[in-house]
Design a protein around this ligand. Structure first.
Ligand code: SF4
Length: 409
């Protein structure tokens, strides 16, 4: 059964802000963010990456603004970007002011390394005048030393206190367009920190496990932290921090929201059985080939690849489209109903062809166009397989017979 947004805890309603055209918080869809890895001064290279990120699910993209050349690059990137741009600021207040001058739609400040109250208030005032929101981006690894000492480490309470102090400076200049992150590389610390932040603030929360590392471990850590919080109704925007092509971050963020039913599916959701001794085909190969071929279509469809015809169509009856292998043939099915039987080496091709037709004509029209002999052919294949392998793969009945025989004798 699909896990959908209705099965999750109700989302906490936060104060809504606008990052350019993207609303964050309140009842706005949870947004996906990523960060470029190019030098921001390399305008064309950075724009190329921004377009790739947007195409793969990023709603907002962050670029570092670490020197004058980066700020000048932002002035050219922002007007050509398909999504709002947030400038990432560490240490240098003048870079925050330059990024605002460049026209960015958001700033991220690290309270751990931008510490002078007058400078923080100056940036907040400038941002307020331009209607640009700021993320207070607390990070366990670069926590303000005084707070670290006060709390005896980068504890969840310390991370939230750092955000609270920064927020107090913003409030002094009547600036409220703020989102907050309290990231840590420890998943347990991050979860506790965000839970506390959600109780403490009404501002939108930007979720993330920082420095999660390369795939697949980074993906697991990011998902463990972000998914736990989303299921509790916490979080308004998110970023996976992976040591990988940032396109992977955008894809992961988008897919996580789609599997939770928190964003509409934009592309393929391929489900496949894990394969077992009953499999009539190399399920891993067929699933991988189907993933590549169908992924290119950009059709919002759930497709199942099942290793055997005996259990496959029934187990995947919720899928829009699927194929199950048996007797060197593939049983193509729509919502569990067999529509065609195809040769084994044409299974992926048949899936692609039918997915396109479903996208163009709809599921009902394709069910109406099914091959009328398909169900009988499929039933014959199933019967043959059961005959050959038996429907008692684990020989339970034979064992029971033996047990009974033993007890009678
Ligand atoms: S669908 Fe068939 S092959 Fe795949 S795991 Fe289930 S029983 Fe095994």
């Amino acid at each position: 059964m699909d896990v959908t947004a209705t099965s999750l805890s109700p989302r906490k309603k936060t104060h809504q802000i606008s990052v350019g055209t993207v609303k964050v918080g309140g009842d706005a869809p949870i947004s996906v963010q990523s960060m470029t890895t190019t030098k921001t001064a390399d305008v064309d290279g950075t724009l190329q990456q921004i377009y790739a990120l947007a195409a793969n699910g990023a709603d907002i993209v962050r670029c570092t603004c670490n020197d004058q050349a980066a700020a000048e690059g932002l002035a050219q990137i922002v007007p050509r970007s398909p999504v709002p741009i947030v400038a990432d600021i560490h240490f240098h207040v003048e870079m925050a002011l330059a990024a605002l001058e460049a026209g960015v739609q958001g700033l991220r400040l690290n309270p751990g390394n931008l510490r002078k109250p007058e400078e923080i208030k100056l940036v907040a005032s400038e941002a307020k005048d331009r209607g640009v929101p700021i993320r207070i981006g607390v990070n366990a690894g670069s926590l303000h030393p005084a707070i670290y000492e006060q709390f005896g480490g980068a504890t969840p309470e310390a991370l939230v206190e750092s955000a609270r102090l920064e927020l107090a400076y913003f409030e002094e200049v009547d600036f409220h367009d703020v989102k907050i992150s309290v990231k840590a590389s420890s998943v347990a610390t991050m979860i506790a920190a965000y839970r506390l932040a959600s109780e403490t603030f009404d501002h939108p929360l930007h979720l993330g496990v920082t420095e999660a590392g390369p795939l697949p471990g980074g993906l697991l850590k990011g998902t463990a932290g972000i998914a736990t919080l989303l299921a509790e109704g916490i979080g308004d925007t998110l970023r996976y921090s992976l040591t990988a092509d940032p396109v992977e971050e955008a894809r992961a963020g988008r897919q996580l929201l789609e599997v939770f039913g928190l964003r509409e599916r934009k592309g393929l959701d391929l489900i496949a059985c894990p394969s077992c001794g009953r499999a009539e085909v190399d399920v891993i190969k067929v699933a991988n080939d189907a993933q590549v071929a169908l992924g290119e279509l950009n059709i919002p469809i759930q497709v199942a690849v099942m290793g055997c015809v005996v259990n496959g169509p029934g187990e995947a009856r919720h899928a829009d489209l699927g194929i199950a292998a048996g007797k060197k043939r593939g049983h193509l099915f729509i919502r569990g109903e067999i529509i065609r039987v195809v040769p084994e080496d044409e299974m992926v091709e048949a899936l692609v062809d039918e997915a396109k037709k479903i996208a163009a004509e709809g599921v009902d029209a394709r069910l109406a166009a099914k091959d009328l002999g398909a169900e009988a052919e499929a039933a014959a294949d199933r019967a043959l397989l059961l005959d050959e392998k038996g429907d008692d793969a684990n020989q339970a009945r034979a064992r029971i017979e033996r047990i009974r025989h033993r007890s009678e004798s």
